[in-house]
Design a binder for this molecule. Structure first.
Ligand SMILES: *Cc1c(COP(=O)(O)O)cnc(C)c1O
Length: 431
């Protein structure tokens, strides 16, 4: 007899905490048993029963070239033949660093890590180390990995100190993090004026992607740059998602803002475990061994990860002028979806920034965490399962970004629209 999804998940749960190695994969917010993947190629992902799906998750962002891209796989195989880890400097690390800093002018020096979490954690430590201050400012709904200082949420009231977002994060530490509403220039100004001399860093997703896609309002990031410069606060752009997603570089290239530090991950690893933190020389050289701020990693700069990353970035470089095609594809998808929802009588708000998008099940507008949370999560869950049945793989949560890759074709978009049409007809019938 064929094994069911429940069989796979039950087996996994016996040996893996929650059955998954990262929580959102367990589908808690949409219900049901997660699909187990067997392989993926281009814009498609396949489950263990052989069913094909058009993939809009793309491993949560990294696979901008599509899955199993020829050049990337070739680079990984060739690299693996020469050994998989040395714990000593290699020339590929220098090549990777040069590629990244050539694309992001704000990055004068960088350090590779094995995840975005480590990159953000290192950025925070650096900021505290160089400023001698403790407070961190972040924004509600932005995610910067799961390190203690960044796993905090706003307390009650706007201008309060953070409270732990998870048991195990000491309150004393959470209180060192202030969480402010995204896109609210007034609150930002007030807090920086009040606490500026105690604030080490402000960390922000320049385009928020972890409460669903929320673009920065005009002037928000500009104001942030101005205020942080004025008070000697380290400005950290977390471009783990946005790095190389919109252009050959970061979102900072598009808006002409230079953060002091930048966090990268996801795309720059081409699907291998990677992160990077980089920025101003005077800050970055404070890291050990030149400085005394400690940071390390046994597998940092791993040759397989560097090779996959270099191959990905090199292909992206040749596609420099093709990024607008990605935008166009995404725009068409979102416009057609919008029309379909309207025709079927569903109120949705679709936020799109270039090739990132989220369909919020509400009339909108969505410009911060509060407004994002007005979405109808139950309706989203039903939509998610309907789309999956019709061969479209969306993130299993209302508060995630959808992504398009260079491998997605017009035909994929058409099929997605058809799947959506079928799904909405069924949802309406069930209403
Ligand atoms: C994914 C993500 C991270 C964490 O990266 P990991 O590699 O999962 O540790 C940090 N910041 C942002 C904006 C992210 O989207």
């Amino acid at each position: 007899m064929n094994k069911t999804r429940a069989d796979y998940f039950t087996k996994a749960r016996r040996v893996i905490s929650g059955g998954v190695n990262s929580p959102v994969r367990a589908w808690k917010s949409v219900g049901g048993n997660p699909v187990f993947v067997s392989h993926a190629k281009g814009s498609k992902i396949y489950d263990v029963s052989g069913k094909e799906y058009i993939d809009y998750v793309l491993s949560w962002g990294p696979m901008i070239l599509g899955h199993a891209h020829r050049e990337v796989i070739k680079a990984i195989i060739n690299s693996a033949k020469n050994g998989t880890s040395f714990g000593a400097p290699t020339e590929v690390e220098t090549r990777m660093a040069r590629l990244i800093s050539s694309a992001l002018p704000s990055i004068e020096l960088l350090r590779m890590t094995s995840s975005g979490t480590e990159a953000a954690m290192t950025a925070i430590r650096l900021a505290r180390g160089v400023t001698g201050r403790n407070l961190i400012v972040k924004f509600d709904g932005c995610y910067h990995g799961h390190s203690d200082s960044l796993l905090t949420k706003a307390g009650s009231g706007l201008a309060t100190f953070g409270i732990p977002d998870s048991p195990g994060v000491p309150e004393e530490l959470a209180r060192q993090t202030l969480s402010l509403p995204y896109n609210d220039i007034n609150v930002l100004e007030k807090i920086i004026n009040q606490y500026g001399s105690q604030i080490a860093a402000v960390i922000v997703e320049p385009v928020a992607g972890n409460m669903g896609v929320v673009p920065p309002r005009g002037g928000f990031l500009e104001k942030l740059r101005k205020l942080t410069s004025l008070k000697g606060i380290v400005l950290i752009f977390d471009e783990v998602i946005t790095g190389f997603r919109f252009t050959f570089g970061g979102y900072q290239n598009l808006i002409g803002i230079r953060p002091d530090l930048t966090c990268l991950g996801k795309i720059i690893g081409g699907g291998m475990p990677v992160g990077a933190v980089g920025g101003k020389k005077e800050i970055m050289e404070k890291l050990a061994p030149t400085g005394d701020i400690y940071q390390a990693g046994t597998l940092s700069g791993n040759p397989l990860a560097m090779s996959a990353g270099i191959a990905t970035l090199n292909v992206l470089k040749t596609k420099k002028d093709a990024f607008p095609d990605l935008d166009k594809k995404t725009d068409r998808l979102c416009t057609d979806l919008e029309n379909l929802f309207a025709e079927n009588g569903f109120a949705v708000c679709i936020n799109r920034v270039h090739s990132m998008f989220t369909v919020f099940f509400q009339k909108g507008p969505v410009y911060d965490l509060n407004t994002a949370q007005k979405s109808d999560k139950k309706m989203f869950a039903r939509f998610f399962h309907g789309m999956l049945k019709n061969g479209v793989w969306l993130a299993p949560s209302q508060y995630e970004a959808g992504f398009i890759s260079f491998a997605h074709t017009e035909k994929d978009i058409n099929k997605t629209i058809d799947a959506c049409s079928k799904t909405l007809r069924n949802l309406r019938r069930a209403h």
